[in-house]
Design a protein around this ligand. Structure first.
Ligand code: GRF
Length: 238
């Protein structure tokens, strides 16, 4: 049984998708804790209602990044994690912290990395005029929004798209790929070789979803199970 510790800062919809998938798909893992950098993070309520231990390490109570990261690492390590999952966790982490969890910390970023690291990724994509956008689950390395890519989801950008429509269409994709990537990890199926992540036995590491004209449905509870909806690499467009 692997221990997963999930870090959030806000809504926590990706955390919710992972919690639900873990229990519905009977992963060989438990969500050992959900920790937030903000006491008012809405996601904490969901986690507590599931009976998951929750905690807050409020960054405003620490004078600098190093002392915050130390306190955060102590709170995480109390749960003996095999994997630390960053799910909308809005803090930049020190290299020491990242090194401590090397190979056992994942993040989801709302762009097709290595394009558009940092904030406002949907705006960045629109300004760059790219026609494909997406989200990436990756192992965390010291460089911001960088690291070996586990799984990506791609959506088309249409002429009518705005940062809001892109975010709305991408979120359900995030809710599919993040649980899948975490599941592969806890099943011991991920290998990183020369900076490239391989899944053993192989499975598609790309989800191509939702053409620009499709409308989103966003509910983690609607997230399909792996067996019902295999990752579609052929594309959803007609
Ligand atoms: C997601 O878009 C994720 O990609 C980004 O922050 C957002 C978090 O949403 N890192 P939620 O808190 O999981 O609902």
């Amino acid at each position: 049984m692997k221990n997963i510790v999930i870090l959030i800062s806000g809504r926590g919809s990706n955390m919710e998708a992972i919690v639900r998938a873990c229990s519905e798909q009977a992963w060989p893992a438990r969500i050992a804790a959900v920790l937030s950098s903000r006491p008012d993070a809405p996601g904490l309520k969901f986690a507590a209602a599931q009976g998951i231990p929750v905690g807050v390490v409020d960054h405003r109570h620490y004078p600098d990044r190093a002392s915050f990261d130390k306190a955060l690492a102590n709170a995480i390590d109390a749960h003996v994690p095999d994997l630390v999952v960053l799910a909308g966790f809005m803090r930049i982490l020190t290299p020491e912290f990242v090194e401590h969890y090397a190979g056992r910390m994942m993040n989801i970023h709302p762009s097709l990395l290595p394009s558009f690291p940092g904030l406002h990724t949907h705006q960045q994509a629109l300004e760059a005029g790219v026609k494909v956008h997406g989200a990436s689950v990756h192992f965390v390395t010291a460089a911001l929004d960088h690291g070996p890519i586990v799984l990506q989801a791609a959506i088309e950008i249409g002429p009518e798209d705005t940062p809001e429509t892109l975010a709305a269409r991408l979120l359900p994709c995030e809710h599919q790929i993040y649980p899948r990537a975490v599941r592969w990890f806890v099943e011991g199926r991920l290998r990183v070789k020369d900076g490239v992540v391989h899944v053993d036995p192989p499975e598609p590491q790309l989800l191509i979803a939702l053409a620009a004209s499709d409308s989103p449905s966003d509910s983690p509870s609607d997230s399909p199970s792996d067996s019902a909806n295999p990752v579609d690499t052929t594309g959803a467009r007609q």
